[in-house]
Design a protein around this ligand. Structure first.
Ligand SMILES: Cc1cc2nc3c(=O)[nH]c(=O)nc-3n(C[C@H](O)[C@H](O)[C@H](O)COP(=O)(O)OP(=O)(O)OC[C@H]3O[C@@H](n4cnc5c(N)ncnc54)[C@H](O)[C@@H]3O)c2cc1C
Length: 452
C-alpha cells in the first residue's frame, strides 16, 4: 500500500505491541505518532505488579527478526529447555519442551524488552512517541481520538484516521467503541487469580536451575517460576479467588506460610519474607477478551491484547501480539487502503487468535493437573516418538504453537485434536505402541506439512 507521508498513523499505547508496530511501520517509511499513558520508561523505574517476565517463543522471535532487532533482544533472553516439575516431596523431573536443541523458549523481562523496543522505535526520524498521554476514547463519527495530558491535565483531540489501538487488555479505545455500539465485548473472567513473588539469588547463584520453567502443579492450582538475568526468579501463584485453598483463605501470614510449607516445601525457603511479599504485591485477575469486531472501516483497528487478550497459560499473549504486527506488515504489501488492510487483518487473524485463546485455557488444566497424570506422560512420550518417525506429519501441539510459526494457531488446534485421537487409539492397545497402525492412521488423517 502507498502510505501518505502527510497522514501519520496514530498508535495508542507504547507497550509491547505498540512499540514494535511503530518500529515496523517506520521501517516502511510511514510517519507514526505514538501516545502512551505512562511516563517514559527510559527515565522511570518500572511499574510494579505487572507480569515481570514473559516466555518468548518462535512467533514473537519471527516478528522481532522481521523488525531487525533480534541482536538487541538476544542479550535479554534466558533459554528454558523444558518444564521442571516439582512434586510435594521436592523431587524434580524435567520434561523437555522439544526434541531438537533449538526447541527452547526464552524468559525475558517485560520492562527491559519494552524499554528496548521504545528505544529502537524512537531512533527512527518518522516516529514521535509522547508519554504521559492518556487516550480517553475514539469517536469515529467525528473522526477524532481524544487524549488527556497527564502532566498538565489538558485535553486535546487528534484526527482518528488511521489509528491502531494497542492499549492492552483493558483497552480504552475498545471500550469507547463498545459504548458507541460499533462493537460488543465479552470478557470471560477466570475464577483463578495470580500473584507474583520473587526468589532472590542464593549466594549470588540462581535459586533454581535457570535452564527451565519451573512448575509446582497441584491439581487445582499451581506455582510457576521463570529465571531473570540478575539470577533471581519470578514465581507466580495461580489460585482460586474463593474457597479452600484460595487467595481469600490466605488471609494472614500464618495461613500463607502453612500453605506454602504444605504445598511448595522446596520453594518456601527460597522466598524470604513471603508474607510481606504476599501483602505488598497486587493480586491480578485473568480474562479472555472476545470482541465482535476489531475495527471501524479504515479509521481504527484494535491489535494485540486490545483485540484479543488471553489467559497466560500457553505463554502466547505477547507472542500473538508480536505476530499481529508481523501479519499487519505483510498485509500492507498487498492492500490498497487502510480499510482493506484492517479488514484482511481481522479476517485472517480472528480464527487464529480464537484458537490460541482456547489452547491457552486448555493449557491451564494441563500445567496444573494433567502433567501429573501417568497416561498423559505416556502419551507425551508416544507423541515424541511419532514426531521422530513422522516429522513432516506429526508434531505435538505444544511444539506447533511454540516452535512452528509457519503453522497458524487454528491449524495447530485442528491438527492437535486429530493427533490426540490417534494417540488415544494407540495408547488403548494393551501390547504397546503399534507403529504400523500409527503409520496408517497418520498417513490417512494428517496431510504432510509444507516445509517451513
Ligand atoms: C501474569 C501474566 C503472564 C504472562 N505471561 C506471558 C508469557 O509468558 N508469554 C507471552 O507471550 N505473553 C504473556 N502474557 C501476556 C502479555 O503480557 C500480553 O499479551 C502482552 O503484554 C500484550 O501486549 P500489548 O502491547 O497488546 O499490551 P500491553 O503490553 O499491555 O501494552 C499496552 C500499553 O498501552 C498503554 N495504555 C493503556 N491504556 C492506555 C491509554 N488509555 N492511553 C494510552 N496508553 C495506554 C499501557 O500503559 C501499555 O504501555 C502474560 C500476561 C500476564 C497477565
Amino acid at each position: 500500500m502507498r502510505l501518505d507521508p502527510d497522514q501519520p498513523v496514530n498508535i495508542v499505547g507504547a507497550g509491547l505491541a505498540g512499540a514494535l508496530l511503530a518500529l515496523i511501520l517506520a521501517r516502511r517509511g510511514c510517519a507514526v505518532r505514538v501516545c502512551e499513558r505512562r511516563p517514559d520508561p527510559r527515565r522511570t523505574a518500572s511499574e510494579r505488579g505487572r507480569s515481570i517476565n514473559l516466555a518468548l517463543a518462535a512467533r514473537g522471535i519471527r516478528a522481532l527478526e522481521h523488525a531487525g532487532i533480534m541482536d538487541q533482544v538476544r542479550p535479554l533472553l534466558i533459554p528454558m529447555r523444558g518444564r521442571a516439575i516439582h512434586d510435594r516431596s521436592g523431587t524434580v523431573t524435567v520434561q523437555p519442551y522439544g526434541q531438537r536443541t533449538d526447541e527452547v523458549i526464552y524468559s525475558v523481562g517485560r520492562a527491559p524488552l519494552n524499554r528496548m523496543l521504545i528505544e529502537q522505535a524512537a531512533l527512527h526520524q518518522d516516529v514521535t512517541i509522547r508519554f504521559d498521554q492518556a487516550c480517553l476514547g475514539a469517536e469515529p463519527a467525528n473522526d477524532i481520538v481524544r487524549f488527556r495530558n497527564e502532566i498538565s491535565g489538558g485535553h486535546y483531540n487528534l484526527p482518528l484516521t488511521p489509528t491502531i489501538a494497542t492499549d492492552g487488555a483493558g483497552s480504552v479505545v475498545r471500550r469507547s467503541l463498545a459504548a458507541e455500539k460499533y462493537l460488543t465485548v465479552r470478557e470471560e473472567w477466570l475464577d483463578h487469580d495470580y500473584k507474583e513473588l520473587t526468589l532472590p539469588p542464593v549466594s549470588s547463584r540462581p535459586a533454581l536451575d535457570p535452564d527451565a520453567l519451573h512448575i509446582w502443579p497441584r491439581g487445582n492450582f499451581m506455582l510457576i517460576a521463570l529465571p531473570n538475568t540478575d539470577n533471581s526468579f519470578t514465581a507466580t501463584l495461580f489460585l482460586a479467588r474463593t474457597g479452600t485453598p484460595s487467595f481469600a483463605s490466605l488471609s494472614d501470614p500464618k495461613a500463607i506460610r502453612e500453605f506454602f510449607q504444605e504445598e511448595f516445601p522446596d520453594a518456601l525457603p527460597l522466598m524470604p519474607d513471603l508474607p510481606g511479599q504476599f501483602a505488598a504485591h497486587p493480586t491480578g485477575q485473568l480474562a479472555t477478551v472476545h470482541t465482535s469486531s476489531w475495527r471501524v472501516d479504515g479509521q481504527v483497528l484494535l491489535l494485540g491484547d486490545a483485540a484479543h487478550a488471553i489467559v497466560p497459560f500457553h505463554g502466547q499473549g505477547m507472542n500473538a501480539a508480536f505476530e499481529d504486527c508481523w501479519v499487519l506488515d505483510q498485509l500492507l504489501d498487498r492492500g490498497e487502503s487502510w480499510e482493506e488492510v484492517f479488514r484482511e487483518f481481522e479476517t485472517w487473524r480472528r480464527p487464529n487468535t480464537q484458537a490460541i485463546a482456547q489452547m491457552a485455557l486448555e493449557n491451564y488444566t494441563e500445567m496444573r493437573d494433567t502433567v501429573l497424570d501417568a497416561g498423559f506422560v505416556r502419551r507425551k512420550s508416544i507423541a515424541l516418538e511419532l514426531e521422530r518417525r513422522f516429522p513432516t506429519r506429526f508434531i505435538p501441539r505444544y511444539a506447533m504453537v511454540m516452535f512452528h510459526p509457519e503453522i497458524p494457531y487454528a491449524e495447530a488446534l485442528r491438527r492437535g485434536s486429530v493427533q490426540e485421537e490417534i494417540l488415544m487409539e494407540l495408547d488403548s492397545r494393551p501390547d504397546g505402541t503399534d507403529f504400523a497402525l500409527a503409520q496408517k492412521l497418520i498417513s490417512e488423517r494428517l496431510p504432510a506439512l509444507a516445509p517451513a
